[in-house]
Design a protein around this ligand. Structure first.
Ligand SMILES: [Zn+2]
Ligand SMILES: [Zn+2]
Length: 129
């Protein structure tokens, strides 16, 4: 049904919309698209639409075909001269997000508490005796 809706003619679309409701179909398309999105881990270049995969944690990605810089988060084309300004400018929606991960991966918390219960004094006195 998804295929029919996205690739079908205007007439077919209208028929499907009448049958299932436009909103429902819109949701379906969104769901399928977002699933495809996640599965492929790639986004089309905003300039030439070639699918780009993100390899590193950096959210500034470069199109291998047309060398366009774009933001992985908001999919906005970035200034060729200074692509990082998108992440350095406080007025930008992606300020400070150059290395933000999509996952729920908070900063590594270093809780290296020394809580060994080993009583060294007891051990040595036993040995010595
Ligand atoms: Zn491109
Ligand atoms: Zn952005």
């Amino acid at each position: 049904m998804y295929e029919k809706y996205t690739t079908g003619s205007e007439e077919e679309k209208t028929q499907l919309e009448k049958r299932y409701g436009k909103r429902q179909l819109g949701l379906l398309v969104d769901t399928v698209l977002s699933e495809k999105w996640v599965n492929s881990r790639s986004k089309p270049c905003p300039h030439c639409s070639v699918p780009i995969e993100k390899f590193e944690g950096c959210n500034k990605v470069t199109c291998f075909k047309c060398s366009t810089y774009f933001c992985w988060i908001c999919h906005k084309q970035l200034d060729v001269g200074n692509p990082y300004s998108h992440f350095n400018n406080p007025s930008s929606p992606c300020y400070n997000s150059l290395f933000r991960d999509d996952d729920d991966n908070d900063e590594d918390r270093d809780e290296d508490e020394d809580d060994s219960d080993f009583d060294f004094d007891d051990y040595t006195s036993d040995e010595m005796d």
